[in-house]
Design a protein. Structure first.
Length: 415
C-alpha cells in the first residue's frame, strides 16, 4: 500500500469537496444511489464469494449475518443514502457569531474535518454509510474493511467511483479502499501513524480492534465502542413488556453492538419474570446466570465472573439479580462499555434516576436498545456509535465529521 499516494489523492478530493455546494454533493450522491441499484447483481455476486469463504472458514452464522447482503439490504442501503441526501448540509452553518467591543466581527463556522479513515469489520453496508456521510459533510474517506468482506467492499467502491465519474462535479478522489490481505495488518499501523496525512481515524468493530486503534494511533481517534449492553427489569416493571423488549433486544439481531448481553433482574420480581423470559426465548438463547437466578431457570448454566461484561455477539446472554435500582445502576456502570442501556419500569422516579446515573451514550426507558442506530435516529446512516465524551457521542451522523473554525473580520484593528 502506497499510503502517501493514497492520502495525496484524498487530500485533493477533500480540497475539491470543500468548494462544493449542497446541490452538487447531493447530485453526486444520487448518482451513487442509482448506480448501487443498477449494479446490485455484481455486488451480490462479490458478496457471495465472501460469505462462502466465511462459511468454509467456520465463521458462526451470527457473524455471517453481519457480512451478508441481499436485495432487501441493498434496498436499505439505498434508502439510507437517500435520507442522507435529504438532510441539510452542515457545512457553512454558523453556531455562533458576535461583535467585540473593538469592532471585530467573529463568526463560528462549521467545516469538514478533511481526510477521515475508518477501520471496520465485516458489514459491507458500512462502506456506503461511511462514504455518504463523509461526502455530504465535505470529507474524503479512506476505507479499511476486513479481509472477510474485501470482495464486497471492492465491488461497492468500484460502483461508487464509477458513478462519481459520470456526474458533473463528482469527485472520485474522495474515496479510497485499502487492498486488504488476510492476516496482514501492517497497513493498519501505517494508517494509525499517518500524522499530517489523515486528520482523524474511527475504529468500528470488536473490542480487540478498538483497543488496538486507541492504544496505537498517533492521529486523532473518535472512539466507537463494543456493545456490552444491559436491560434492567425493575421491580415496578410491566413484566409482559419486559419480556417482549428483552426478546427483541437479544434475539432480533444478536451479532450487532446494540443487542443486549445481560438481563439484570430485580430480585423482588425474579421468580415471576424469569420463567416468562425462558418461555418467551424458547431455547433460542444459552443463559449464563448468577447463583440467585439459577434455581429459577429450567435450563441454564452458572455464570463465571468472566461472563459478566462479555460481548457474546451470539445467542448467549447473562442474567444478573440485584436488590434495587441503585444496585442495578452500580452493576451496569462497572460492567458496560458506555454504549446503550435500558430500564423497564412504571416508576417515574426510578426511570429518571437510571437515566441520570447510567454512564452510556444512549439510555432508554421502556424500549429496546436495538434503536441505537443512525437510521433509527433519523440520520440516514452512521459512522458508528461513539462511546467517548469528547467531540461526538452516540450514533454519529453528518455533523460528527465536522469541526468549527472562527472567521474574523475587522477594519484595521490592532492590539
Amino acid at each position: 500500500m502506497n499510503l502517501d499516494e493514497i492520502c495525496s489523492s484524498l487530500k485533493n478530493g477533500a480540497s475539491q469537496l470543500a468548494l462544493q455546494n449542497a446541490s452538487t454533493k447531493n447530485n453526486a450522491l444520487l448518482a451513487v444511489a442509482q448506480a448501487l441499484d443498477s449494479n446490485r447483481a455484481a455486488i451480490l455476486s462479490a458478496n457471495k464469494i465472501d460469505v462462502d469463504q466465511a462459511r468454509a472458514n467456520g465463521t458462526s452464522e451470527s457473524l455471517i449475518d453481519r457480512l451478508s447482503l441481499d436485495d432487501k439490504r441493498i434496498n436499505g442501503i439505498i434508502d439510507s443514502l437517500k435520507v442522507v441526501i435529504a438532510q441539510s448540509d452542515p457545512i457553512g452553518e454558523e453556531p455562533a457569531g458576535w461583535k467585540t467591543p473593538n469592532g471585530l466581527c467573529i463568526r463560528q463556522v462549521r467545516v469538514p474535518l478533511g481526510v477521515v479513515g475508518i477501520i471496520y469489520e465485516s458489514r459491507p453496508n458500512v462502506t456506503v454509510d461511511a462514504f455518504s456521510l463523509a461526502y455530504k459533510s465535505g470529507n474524503s474517506i479512506l476505507l479499511r474493511g476486513s479481509s472477510s468482506a474485501f470482495n464486497s467492499n471492492k465491488a461497492i467502491v468500484k460502483v461508487i467511483k464509477d458513478a462519481l465519474k459520470t456526474v458533473q462535479g463528482g469527485i472520485p478522489e474522495a474515496i479510497e479502499l485499502v487492498e486488504v490481505k488476510e492476516h496482514d495488518h501492517s497497513d493498519v499501523d501505517q494508517i494509525l501513524n499517518a500524522v499530517g496525512k489523515i486528520d482523524c481515524v474511527l475504529p468500528r468493530g470488536g473490542k480487540k480492534l478498538i483497543q488496538n486503534v486507541v492504544s496505537n494511533a498517533r492521529v486523532p481517534v473518535i472512539e466507537t465502542g463494543s456493545g456490552v449492553c444491559h436491560l434492567y427489569i425493575d421491580e415496578f416493571a410491566d413484566l409482559n413488556m419486559a419480556v417482549k423488549v428483552a426478546e427483541n433486544a437479544k434475539i432480533q439481531r444478536p451479532s450487532v453492538c446494540n443487542a443486549i448481553e445481560c438481563i439484570v433482574v430485580n430480585k423482588k420480581i425474579a421468580a415471576k419474570v424469569i420463567p416468562m423470559i425462558e418461555e418467551q426465548f424458547n431455547g433460542r438463547v444459552k443463559f449464563h446466570v448468577d447463583e440467585f437466578s439459577y434455581p429459577l431457570f429450567k435450563n441454564a448454566i452458572k455464570a463465571t465472573e468472566t461472563d459478566f461484561g462479555n460481548e457474546y455477539l451470539d445467542y448467549e446472554c447473562c442474567v444478573k439479580s440485584v436488590d434495587s435500582v441503585q444496585e442495578a445502576i452500580e452493576y451496569i456502570n462497572s460492567h458496560n462499555t458506555k454504549h446503550s442501556e435500558s430500564i423497564i419500569t412504571e416508576n417515574r422516579a426510578n426511570a429518571r434516576l437510571f437515566q441520570a446515573q447510567i454512564d452510556a451514550s444512549c439510555v432508554y426507558v421502556n424500549a429496546s436498545t436495538r434503536f441505537t442506530d443512525g437510521g433509527e435516529f433519523g440520520f440516514g446512516a452512521e459512522l458508528g456509535i461513539s462511546t467517548q465524551k469528547l467531540h461526538a457521542r452516540g450514533p454519529m451522523g453528518i455533523k460528527a465529521l465536522t469541526t468549527t473554525k472562527y472567521l474574523i473580520e475587522g477594519e484595521g484593528q490592532t492590539r
